[in-house]
Design a binder for this molecule. Structure first.
Ligand SMILES: Cc1cc2nc3c(=O)[nH]c(=O)nc-3n(C[C@H](O)[C@H](O)[C@H](O)COP(=O)(O)OP(=O)(O)OC[C@H]3O[C@@H](n4cnc5c(N)ncnc54)[C@H](O)[C@@H]3O)c2cc1C
Length: 435
């Protein structure tokens, strides 16, 4: 006889764990299944775990602001002990460089103002006083490393930057997922690892359960796809891609790990930098190191992956390009002989905005397409998904009249319809990890 649950969450990454936790809080008998051996072992473990508030719309800022409050209130959010320790939010602040492409942050500043998020508007001179190791010359728009103008300044100085002091990072993204697992288990949530979903079973357009690769069947009238870079496989298994206007696919990313310039205490004096002028983002990393990721400039070829279980996990020329780009901004940054860092996958949607939605199959939901920027929002997304599921299961027609989600800290309403699978591609997206 198949074991029965009220809801099955496919995936135990940070978004899946938070979704399971929030459903358990609302009284659902819930199971998270994951094919990997531990929570957060998938793309969450590769996350840079940056918690930043700058987005170009008030709704984007509101969501991140809401998430920020969950992270700084982490033990209260969990309400449970994790024997292996709780993660910490580390405040570093975040510098965002003004560029023509981001409209010199006009929309970002208006959005931050609307949410009362404090920031400082720096001129290039003030910026240099703020962080002496910054080179404030303009290098953008970014070009490929084989372009002859690569590394040559295009302007005497950038237009300036804003500094958002309330920004930072989570000490260990994988462990944060374990924290949520323990919190969910404390209120009855169940987790099953090394369990690969091979089939989504349905009857009369209603999901009835899953079948694992080993043949075991588990029944539930609600199944939620939170499979990260594997989300498109699960959606195809459920046969729900047909009516989706926005779809997801895995995108390969390299993150570089380099030493900070010698003699500079980057852990204490450094900050997150979102730098569209050189096409990179970076953040301090323990041991006086710097992590460097790509802001996906238009000159770079995006490497979409067909098989998320089989792709090149070695560093390529892209690694060197990213470090050389960052070295344009940070004076004295050395290019190591031996590349280090990590290669991982984003679950990228067509417009780089996530899909938090129901589907054409009754009882089948998805929290997918997190496009490299939703770690920070995970606790909010968990609550949003649980409210969406509760409303739809009680008969609400979300496709016709989108469910409104009340955010508890910012006291704003989030129109979940914004994240619909049926939406048109959002032309206001940055089409990058910036979201
Ligand atoms: C390199 C990198 C840097 C990032 N940096 C940031 C950042 O600084 N800030 C930020 O906010 N966000 C960032 N992100 C994004 C953020 O980390 C992700 O959005 C988030 O971790 C996704 O969580 P998830 O639970 O949806 O997916 P995952 O963590 O990938 O979890 C999905 C799980 O589903 C499981 N699964 C898949 N298929 C099956 C199956 N058939 N059966 C059973 N289980 C299955 C997988 O094993 C996996 O554990 C980054 C992402 C990456 C890759």
């Amino acid at each position: 006889m198949a074991e029965k649950f009220d809801a099955i969450v496919i995936g135990a990454g940070i978004i899946g764990a938070c979704t399971g936790f929030e459903l358990a809080k609302r009284g659902y008998k819930v199971l998270n299944v994951d094919k990997l051996p531990e929570a957060g072992h998938g793309s969450t473990s590769g996350s840079c775990a940056i918690i930043r508030l700058h987005y170009s719309t008030p709704d984007g800022v509101a969501m991140a602001r809401e998430g920020y409050y969950y992270w700084i209130d982490w033990p209260k959010y969990l309400g449970a002990v994790d024997e292996s320790g709780l993660v910490k939010y580390i405040n570093t602040g975040c510098l965002v460089i003004k560029t023509e492409k981001n409209h010199y942050l006009k929309n970002v500043m208006t959005s931050l103002d609307e949410l009362n998020v404090p920031y400082k508007d720096y001129s290039p001179t003030e910026l240099q006083e703020f962080l002496s190791i910054l080179d404030v010359k303009g290098f953008g728009p970014p070009v490929a490393s084989n372009n002859e103008r690569f590394g040559t300044p295009t302007k005497e100085s950038i237009a300036g930057a804003i500094y958002v002091p309330e920004s930072g990072l989570i000490s260990d993204p994988k462990q944060s997922t374990h924290n949520v697992q323990r919190a969910a288990e404390a209120i009855g949530g169940k987790f099953m690892f090394k369990a690969e979903v091979a089939e989504i079973r349905k009857k009369d357009n209603q999901v009835v359960g899953i079948t694992l690769k080993n043949g075991d069947e588990i029944d539930a009238p609600i199944v939620i796809n939170v499979a990260g870079p594997h989300s498109f496989i699960i959606n195809r298994m459920a046969g729900v891609e047909g009516d989706m206007n926005i779809k997801t696919r895995p995108l390969r990313q390299e993150v570089c790990h380099v030493s900070a310039p010698e003699g500079f205490d980057y852990n204490n004096l450094g900050t997150i930098i979102s730098d569209g002028d050189v096409g990179c983002y970076s953040r301090p990393e323990v041991g006086n190191n710097i992590l460097i990721g790509s802001e996906d400039p238009e000159c770079d070829t995006m490497e979409y992956i067909d098989d998320p279980d089989n792709y090149n996990t070695n560093f390529t020329e892209q690694w060197t390009t990213q470090v050389l780009r960052e070295a344009q901004r940070i004076k004295g940054l050395k290019i190591p002989r031996q590349p280090s860092g990590l290669v991982d996958l984003y679950d990228c949607s067509d417009d780089w905005i996530p899909i938090y939605d129901k589907s054409s199959l009754n009882g089948f939901y998805m929290a997918v397409g997190t496009s490299g920027n939703q770690f920070k929002n995970a606790p909010v997304v968990g609550a949003l998904m649980a409210e969406l599921i509760k409303a739809v299961e009680s008969g609400h027609d979300h496709d016709k009249e989108p469910v409104q989600f009340a955010m508890k800290y910012t006291k704003r309403n989030c129109n979940i319809g914004f994240y619909s699978r049926l939406r048109k591609i959002n032309p206001n997206s940055s089409f990058s990890v910036i979201g």
